[in-house]
Design a protein around this ligand. Structure first.
Ligand code: R5P
Length: 276
């Protein structure tokens, strides 16, 4: 068995390989002048674990090409961040259900698909053979025994935060969020006593940062001592990191499902244990 590192997940793939005591296959990624992608995999095995997050369109094409290069072998697909999962239904007539298309692609090549905190149950419902791992306990462990209050920016993430808070052994609650459009959210204050408290916001994704920014501003205004923004998937689109720090967020912390400078918590062991 070999581990094949996709272009989007080289560091996590190496950590997974180390945790499983396996070797990485040799990969070559190139881009032609017209931006077409070229992929080559050497030294692969009969069974191959492909690790590739789907952060952007290019990652999907690269994954397709990796699958094709390995098409005579058994493939276990590790998709740490399952992009396209937020379009999990047709909200308007004629819309593509993006995650359904991704599920078809993955299932046509892989014998097993492992992901981490897919966006919703509806998104997971488009797969027949998906294992959805939960990073909340390891996020909770990172804050173990720290004197913090964990908050979910909306009720949708409340159950997740409960799991993280249980592992951290700290208090937790949620705020109320209304999404106005893809980049604008409105957070309604709850009667929480945040005065002098160190707040840890936990969400599945920080994309534009809009959710965390609004929530953080509101809490800092209400007297919170500090606000840290924590997520599984640090998508951080449209200069989100700069905007978060400008809004007064003390620190942004994420797992390495999306490899970014804020990826301080690794999901490698979580994934390796599932493969084992
Ligand atoms: C929403 O359902 C998710 O849990 C996140 O709150 C959302 O995707 C974050 O997006 P943004 O960072 O753009 O506010």
């Amino acid at each position: 068995m070999k581990v094949v590192a996709g272009n989007a997940s080289p560091m996590l793939a190496l950590k997974v390989a180390e945790a499983l005591n396996l070797k990485l296959a040799k990969t070559t990624f190139k881009k032609f002048p017209d931006s077409e992608i070229y992929v080559r995999v050497e030294d692969f095995d009969d069974v191959n674990i492909v690790v590739q997050s789907l952060n952007c369109n290019e990652d999907v094409v690269s994954l397709m090409l990796l699958f094709d290069a390995l098409s005579d072998t058994e493939i276990i697909a590790i998709i740490p961040y399952m992009g396209y999962a937020r379009q999990d239904k047709a909200f308007e007539d004629g819309e593509a259900v993006s995650i359904r298309a991704i599920a078809k692609l993955l299932e046509s090549y892989a014998s097993e698909i492992i992901t981490v905190n897919i966006h919703s149950k509806d998104a997971a419902g488009h797969f027949n053979k998906l294992v959805d791992l939960d990073a909340m306990p390891i996020i909770g462990n990172y804050f173990k025994e720290q004197d913090v209050v964990m908050l979910s920016p909306d009720f949708g993430s409340y159950e997740r935060v409960k799991i993280a808070a249980k592992a951290a052994n700290c208090d937790f609650d949620y705020l109320e969020k209304r999404r106005i459009d893809a980049e604008t959210v409105e957070i309604t204050p709850k009667s929480l006593d945040v005065e002098g408290k160190d707040i840890v916001f936990v969400d599945d994704i920080i994309s534009t940062g809009g959710t965390m920014i609004e929530a953080s501003k509101m809490l800092l205004k209400s007297g919170a001592k500090s606000v840290r923004a924590v997520c599984v998937h640090a998508v951080l689109a449209n200069y989100a990191l700069n905007k978060l720090y400008n809004a007064g967020v003390t620190e942004v912390i994420a797992t390495d499902t999306v490899e970014k400078v804020v990826s301080k918590i690794s999901v490698a062991e979580l994934i390796a244990n599932e493969v084992k």
